[in-house]
Design a protein around this ligand. Structure first.
Ligand SMILES: [Zn+2]
Length: 289
């Protein structure tokens, strides 16, 4: 691919990202608070309608980066021949691969009393271990679900206190406080939980958030496959995207909270047997300590 084509592809990517960011900001401002949330001032501040959508251009990403997994042709600096198509590193070195041929399903934004139990039941039915990226305020609200996730042998990942997509732009002390508060809420529910990973909401990584999560002993966790289930594309589309894009080593992003996840649950019913036929599935390793 020529340099001019790459530059053009990069510009298109930036424009699309800007449009998506604007559309999301508009959509988010129109979304009412979740009716199930508690009352009071705090409930009106934090909207639970999360989604790990592509970040706005406020987060241009690192040199050579690009969000959303292995699409090197869309990266403005994809001319770096050293980058392999199956590069396991995402933005700022965040992980996009299991590091083996096994694949890992990850579920973000919960726990949620409606959807998390359905996801857990399906995983148990198929004997699959996965990884749950937990939002601190949801852990505080639903400690029983955190305990269920841990008891079933799934891996726990910190997903910030209240899904702050701008977290990476805050001060190192504020980032640290947010991550520690989230870990505290998870451990208040499940004292033995090992929290080995952190996933930045929206994938809006910055150097500061990566460095802070690593200082706290957590591995920054991105993804390779994103069926954008938070946009509610329907079970068929979610299934199709995951089956088309998952390769050995892929980390797959899905959601067990943040909106109507019936499509995700229905997709899982089709995906689990098919993925098990093609791959080994694993909960991401939590280390030796
Ligand atoms: Zn999220």
């Amino acid at each position: 691919m020529s340099a001019s084509t790459l530059r053009a592809a990069g510009m298109v990517t930036l424009v699309v990202a800007a449009l998506l960011g604007s559309a999301y900001a508009l959509g988010r401002s129109l979304v009412p608070d979740h009716p199930d949330r508690g009352t009071g001032v705090a409930a009106s501040i934090h909207t639970p309608h999360y989604g790990d959508q592509p970040p706005s251009t406020e987060f241009p990403g690192p040199p050579g980066g690009g969000y959303g997994g292995p699409s090197p042709d869309a990266s403005p600096s994809a001319s770096d021949d050293a980058r392999q198509p199956d590069d396991s590193e995402g933005p700022y070195g965040a992980r996009t691969s299991t590091g083996s041929t096994r694949i890992a399903l990850t579920f973000d934004d919960g726990p949620d009393p409606q959807w998390t139990p359905q996801v857990l039941a399906l995983l148990k039915e198929y004997g699959v271990k996965a990884t749950f990226c937990i939002v601190g305020e949801n852990a505080e609200s639903h400690p029983d679900l955190v305990r269920s996730i841990v008891a079933d042998g799934h891996t726990i990942c910190n997903h910030s206190w209240n899904h702050d997509i701008s977290l990476g732009k805050r001060s190192p002390a504020a980032i640290r406080d947010d991550l520690l508060r989230t870990n505290d809420a998870i451990r208040a529910a499940a004292p033995d939980a090992r929290i080995a990973y952190f996933r930045q909401p929206g994938g809006a990584w910055t150097y500061q958030v990566v460095s802070t999560c690593e200082d706290l002993g957590m591995t920054p966790l991105h993804w390779a496959v994103d069926p954008t289930d938070w946009q509610v594309p329907g079970a068929a589309k979610i299934t199709q995207t995951v089956l088309a894009e998952t390769r050995p080593g892929s980390i797959v992003l899905m959601h067990d909270a943040g909106g109507d996840r019936s499509g995700t649950v229905e997709a899982l019913q089709r995906l689990l047997p098919e993925l098990m036929h093609r791959f080994q599935l694993e909960a991401l390793p939590t280390g030796t300590t």
